[in-house]
Design a binder for this molecule. Sequence first.
Ligand SMILES: NC(=O)c1ccc[n+]([C@@H]2O[C@H](COP(=O)([O-])OP(=O)(O)OC[C@H]3O[C@@H](n4cnc5c(N)ncnc54)[C@H](OP(=O)(O)O)[C@@H]3O)[C@@H](O)[C@H]2O)c1
Length: 226
Amino acid sequence: MNKTVVVLGASQGIGAALVEHMAQIEGVHVIALSRNLVRMKSRFLQPNVSCYQLDIAKNVTKQLNAIHFSNPIDILVNNAGLLINKPFEQLSHQDFTESYQVNVIGIMEATQTLLPHLSPKAHIVNISSMGGFQGSLKFAGLAAYSTSKAALCAFTELFAEEFKNTGIHMNCLCLGAVQTEMLSAAFPGYVAPTSPSEMAQFISDFAFNNRKHFNGKIIPVSSSNP
Ligand SMILES: NC(=O)c1ccc[n+]([C@@H]2O[C@H](COP(=O)([O-])OP(=O)(O)OC[C@H]3O[C@@H](n4cnc5c(N)ncnc54)[C@H](OP(=O)(O)O)[C@@H]3O)[C@@H](O)[C@H]2O)c1
């Protein structure tokens, strides 16, 4: 197969593991995007991985328009995320705006800008959290994070409705705990049951094999809390 995949938030954690996993699949070209270009270039040495700097917190459209996408994008994984863990009373205006800028607005603007580059049967996979899944157990300190991840879920349903007469499908995976830098910073000492590479394999399988059967779906991917 000849497939082009774009991963937002690819420099570490789940995104980096996803780039590595997908790059092993024959015929797949992965475009890795995040702020830390040096880290990506030193980690992804495979010839079928292209790395570009992108900060989804500012001028997303301008930055993405500077990148040349030579082939239609078959899979877009909106994985970039920011977690601020603070008691609600201590969350500042900047904490709220940064959380929403990265987890919601940046993702929506990136998706909007990449629309003309998507293949007619593209699959967009948003990476949300169990914290943003309605009815799930909530964790103190994650008001900015979990509400922004819930907004990403709502965006998924909205997008699927607006694009229902096209072949472009969008789904949202609400992940449980995965052992990454983000998790260690938010829950020091907690040992997650899932590694980044295990989660990357799941996301890759879902992205490649489930476009046809899912659209606008919010899917919990968790065997544990948090
Ligand atoms: N780990 C978990 O337990 C867990 C659970 C549920 C959901 N999730 C979600 O899974 C996704 C990946 O999380 P992770 O645990 O792998 O986190 P991570 O290790 O902190 O990685 C986050 C990634 O997002 C990128 N990113 C952050 N801000 C960005 C910005 N302004 N512009 C572009 N890229 C940005 C980072 O790259 P740069 O710093 O280089 O920009 C990094 O590659 C996130 O959306 C997270 O909310 C994680």
